[in-house]
Design a protein around this ligand. Structure first.
Ligand code: C2E
Ligand code: MG
Ligand code: MG
Length: 270
């Protein structure tokens, strides 16, 4: 099994001490997935996706252990590890932004903005090369506090993306209440564009995003037909297995030419 593949294990099998060991003994690592311009010609940014190289079970995907980190109240530590590593590794790609997923449990804390600022400053990554991806969550009950935290982050130059857009219960409330720079259309819509409903929703979401001055990314683009559709619909960026699976940092190096651009086709490595 390669590092680009991962298995899931029942979250109940993960203990607090296992997870602590994962963070402290450097058993975690990041893969990066390209976000492309709609023609697939240029790599615009990468999304950092955490994996756990479990000593007994091999690489484990985040769906198995991120929810456990939330349950064990360890999301701050896991999140800090991911952010620190992503900022450090992103230094090697001066032309690219790096997107880091953030649990709602992290940015619910009023200290979150200061913690992010400290980590990014230590790494010396320019703030405007960092994007934080948040998802709708039942944990966000105080929109006023969340808004304050996000405004502080944006004042530094950090961009905020709303991930998995359309899958929550209150997507429009998030758009109305929170300061955002980007929405990422959830892959479930992208993969169903041959149904009238999903196609209509994608068109409406792109129009909505553009009307609000937001960038729009389509996630989970797997086929050329999906790419054509999302490009015609007006998405600014596309992400999905068609271009590349999540890969180690060195593989991103290999996709860039000397100017830090990915020439046509170069990203089709997966
Ligand atoms: P996400 O942020 O929406 O990330 C996209 C997920 O979709 C990734 O799964 C990626 O491998 C997968 N994906 C990308 N393109 C395609 C495609 O074309 N087809 C299909 N079927 N899947 C595609 P992954 O890496 O397993 O991550 C799952 C989720 O775990 C992420 O969804 C994110 O919510 C969470 N996650 C990952 N890393 C972190 C992290 O460092 N911190 C936090 N809080 N959450 C994380
Ligand atoms: Mg994401
Ligand atoms: Mg997503």
């Amino acid at each position: 099994m390669s590092l680009e593949e991962d298995r899931s294990i029942p979250p109940g099998l993960i203990s607090r001490s296992d997870l602590l060991a994962a963070i402290e003994k450097d058993q975690l690592f990041l893969l990066y997935q390209p976000q492309m311009t709609p023609d697939g010609a240029m790599l615009a940014s990468v999304e950092a996706l955490v994996r756990w190289n479990h000593p007994a079970r091999g690489p484990i995907g985040p769906a198995s252990f991120v929810p456990m980190a939330e349950e064990f109240d360890m999301m701050d530590r896991l999140g800090a590890w991911v952010l620190e590593r992503a900022c450090r590794e992103a230094q090697r790609w001066p032309r690219l932004s790096v997107a880091v997923n953030v649990s709602a449990l992290q940015f619910r804390s009023t200290r979150f903005a200061e913690e992010v600022e400290a980590i990014v400053r230590r790494s010396s990554l320019p703030f405007d090369r960092l994007e934080l991806e948040i998802v709708e969550s039942a944990y966000i009950d105080d929109f006023g506090a969340a808004e304050t935290v996000l405004r502080r982050l944006r004042a530094l130059g950090i961009r905020i993306a709303l991930d998995d857009f359309g899958t929550g219960y209150s997507s429009l409330t998030y758009l109305r209440r929170l300061p955002l720079d980007k929405i990422k259309i959830d892959q479930s819509f992208v993969q169903e564009i041959d149904t009238v409903h999903s196609a209509a929703i994608v068109h409406a979401v792109v129009a909505l995003g553009r009307a609000l001055g937001l960038k729009v990314t389509a996630e989970g683009v797997e086929t050329e037909a999906q790419q054509r559709f999302m490009r015609a619909a007006g998405c600014h960026y596309l992400q999905g297995f068609l271009f590349s699976r999540p890969v180690p940092a060195e593989a991103i190096d290999g996709m860039l030419d000397r100017d830090g651009k990915a020439p046509l086709g170069a990203a089709n490595v997966a």
